[in-house]
Design a protein around this ligand. Structure first.
Ligand SMILES: Cc1ncc(COP(=O)(O)O)c(C=O)c1O
Length: 433
């Protein structure tokens, strides 16, 4: 593989962009590579870099590309939308149609507000929960990522962990004090906390954590937090920015049959263009301005091009839901069951966590990886070796052990078989470490 062009662009990038990238994980820092590959174009399951290397892609833009890159239907919609104008500062009919479509897929959502990113969606949802309950604190779980607003940047998962820290600098002590954190899955500790503290406005959680690698959720835990929030007048926010439209059309809440008060969405809802959303019961959503006094706004909220991309993506998912989600799951089962064989063959133990079209390979002797502490202990050097052998042979996997592999509808049997062949090579290399 040639990397000369990417390496050269990175040298220039570092002079004008902090760390040379606009989102830290893209720097490839934790996988012992001194520069990232710079993407040039993508189609289906493939991505090409500035050196014209072709890769099978398991990043999939960190989630939005569930249909694969540049899906024909989405592209056609986007082309049409662009012809009509890029942004108006006025509402558009398509925003209403997207809202109706999302509400059809998420019975817990009666009204929805569009944002420009997942970060804005979670930030607004937390503000709304505080306004509704008149309480101050929030509870989040260690290793769950909810975007980069101040109050959610405590023990905040993949992006920070990749660079070796857990809380962002630059946040006031007051904010940190109001963000309580507990290990994911520990209902006993959640109950204990609520016994001691009646000032908790909300629990915000990824119902299936995907930002410390995938953590497999126990449905009882979700039911437990639901009951507790109801009993204690606290708002339950499911952050489905990754899991929404991915684990099932109706997200983790459909899969596990647990209904949150508020849901945040992103990624797939914009079909690869910038959109986020938060929504829930009328009682809460009608507190948002201009109906109520909880402010949320955005120059590009509900941008027409993004909205059209999201509308086409979700329509495609809705029309094919009976086969599409099953097929995605089968693909992950095919890949992961073969990784288990490869792991045995080379005597390189791994623990694979998966949910729907997401999976993470943890290099560890442990049989179970359930908490952030478990994930931190897994082997970073082996993961880095895995990443580099895969990249050098034409497969781009997450450049961090704290992220998930994303599989799309565009990944073919050939792609998967080629991936597995290269994984065999990677595990052989790892066995020599
Ligand atoms: C679960 C979750 N919530 C929120 C966000 C933030 O979304 P965005 O990057 O669009 O701001 C992310 C981003 O990866 C996420 O995974």
């Amino acid at each position: 593989m040639r990397y000369e062009n990417s390496a050269e662009i990175f040298e220039k990038a570092k002079k004008v962009i902090p760390g040379g990238v606009n989102s830290p994980v893209r720097a490839f820092g934790s996988v012992n590579k001194s520069y990232p590959i710079f993407a040039k174009k993508a189609k289906g399951s493939k991505i090409w870099c500035e050196d014209d290397n072709e890769y099978i892609d398991y990043i999939c833009s960190w989630g939005p590309m569930i249909l694969g890159h540049n899906n024909e239907r989405v592209m056609a919609g986007v082309r049409e939308a662009i012809e009509d104008g890029s942004s108006f500062g006025l509402p558009t009919k398509m925003e209403v149609e997207l809202a109706e479509l999302v509400i059809k897929c998420y019975p817990s959502i009666e009204k929805i507000r569009l944002t420009t990113s997942g970060t804005e969606a979670t930030m607004a949802a937390v503000r709304l929960a505080r306004a509704y309950t008149k309480k101050n604190k929030i509870l989040k779980f260690e290793g769950c990522y909810h975007g980069h607003s101040d109050s959610l940047m405590v023990k905040a998962g993949s992006g920070l962990l990749t660079d070796g820290y857990q809380d962002s600098n630059g946040i006031t002590q007051g904010t940190i004090k109001d963000t309580l954190t507990l290990p994911f899955g520990r209902m006993d500790l959640v109950k204990e906390l609520f016994e001691k503290d009646d000032d908790i406005a909300c629990i915000i959680m990824e119902p299936v954590p995907a930002n410390m690698g995938i953590i497999e959720t126990d449905a009882e835990f979700l039911k437990g937090v639901r009951e507790l929030c109801t009993a204690k007048n606290s708002v339950l926010i499911f952050d489905e920015v990754i899991s929404g439209f991915r684990l099932a059309l109706g997200g983790a809440q459909e899969l596990f049959g647990v209904t949150p008060d508020l849901t945040t969405l992103g990624k797939i809802i914009g079909g690869g263009y910038p959109v986020g959303a938060f929504g829930g019961k009328n009682e809460l959503m009608d507190m948002i301005a201009p109906v109520g006094d909880v402010y949320h706004a955005g120059t590009l909220s509900g941008n027409p091009v993004s909205v059209r991309a999201g509308y086409e993506t979700i329509s495609e998912l809705l029309e094919n839901k009976d086969t599409l989600y099953k097929e995605l799951k089968e693909k992950v089962n095919y890949i992961t069951s073969n990784i288990e064989k490869i792991s045995e063959k080379h005597n390189v133990p791994v623990c694979i966590n998966k949910q729907g079209s997401l999976f993470t390979i943890f290099f560890t002797d442990k049989d179970e990886i359930k908490t952030l502490d478990d994930v931190i202990e897994t082997d970073t050097e082996k993961y880095a070796k895995y990443f580099n052998v895969m990249l050098d042979s034409g497969v781009v996997t997450p450049p961090s052990k704290y992220e998930a592999h994303f599989v799309s509808a565009a990944h073919t049997k050939d792609d998967m078989d080629k991936t597995l062949e290269i994984m065999d090579k990677a595990f052989e290399e790892i066995s020599k470490m």
